[in-house]
Design a protein around this ligand. Sequence first.
Ligand code: SF4
Length: 278
Amino acid sequence: MSVEYRRVRVSSALSRSGLYDLDYAYNPYAGCAHGCLYCYARYYTPYREVAENWGRVVYVKENVVEVLRREVRRLRRGVVGVSTTTDPYQPVEEMEELARGGLEVLLSSGFRVSVQTKSPLVLRDLDLLAEHKDLVDVGFTVTTLDDEVARLMEPGAPPPSARAHALRRIAAEGVRTWVFLGPILRGVNDSEESVRRVAQLAAETGSELIYDFLRLKPGLEKHLEPLERRFPGASTTPRWWRERVAALVERVCRELGVRCEPSFPPSKARAARITDFA
Ligand code: SF4
């Protein structure tokens, strides 16, 4: 799928995060070339063109690092999610280096950084991440370790095998890592075998596993049609099914000695949060 890029200028770089474990979000791009069918970040971008052409139009916030440099001088230190509504290491980052620029500013200013991605491009910045490992954690979204199923769900994203390789490299440097098993979709990646393979990767790399289910927003069904054609019922999330799969994930993690928690632990729930998208 071809992607159009537009350069925009912004007046702020960090936004307040609604996630319980983040204080701020740094999103150097609006939109995401990974174009995951289930992505609902499209509902959170202020740019209509990006939302309506999710995966096909990406805005590059060309002055975002410069703005960030000014902002960090006046903001209280905290934890910054990089990123929450776009993948910071989508292909354009290779040239633009806005994720790397942001990391440099944040880490040298004493902010903690939580990176979430689907891309091995993050390895380019391993020097920086390893140097500041006391301030950093890196999460990889791995919905499945089946590259073919992942291609259907996440057509523009690097295959999970490449993500697993990158995760192993980062964990080997002693950087704290985690695996985001989400979204889990009914009949797609909810089998014990599929869950176990992902949990095994978490076990092997000493990563925590965070899981979540598909979160349907109005209008998202139409984007999930290609998935529904192959996996009928994939866009439904009945409560009995969520409970059954949550129990499965937690049991498998227990068996493998992996620390595991839902993306939105009830004890930490807050209203109006958005989830991780990358
Ligand atoms: S889920 Fe993440 S990687 Fe996929 S399109 Fe959305 S922001 Fe990009």
